[in-house]
Ligand binder design. Structure first.
Ligand SMILES: [Zn+2]
Length: 84
């Protein structure tokens, strides 16, 4: 007999998609902003949006600070695209 497979448990293990969008920091914060980079991170299931910034303090999420998982998403993608 085949084991029954629950679509719900499959869904649990399916990695959610994470949408990372680079924003124009100067367009949003002004020409004199110290923000070097600004990203919008959206998790498919959470629904919330994280705004991730890079400035002279380093990377941080506007709501959750530097420890936010959205920060890791952005930095991982940047390292993948342009290693330095
Ligand atoms: Zn966050």
């Amino acid at each position: 007999m085949p084991r029954p497979r629950s679509p719900d448990s499959q869904f649990d293990f399916w990695p959610q998609r994470i949408f990372v969008e680079e924003l124009d920091a100067r367009a949003i914060a002004g020409e004199r902003t110290r923000v070097q980079a600004m990203y919008k991170v959206r998790y498919e299931r959470d629904g919330g949006i994280h705004q991730v910034f890079l400035d002279h303090h380093g990377w941080y999420c506007a709501e959750h600070g530097p420890a936010c998982s959205a920060v890791r998403e952005v930095t991982a993608r940047r390292e993948g695209v342009s290693p330095s």
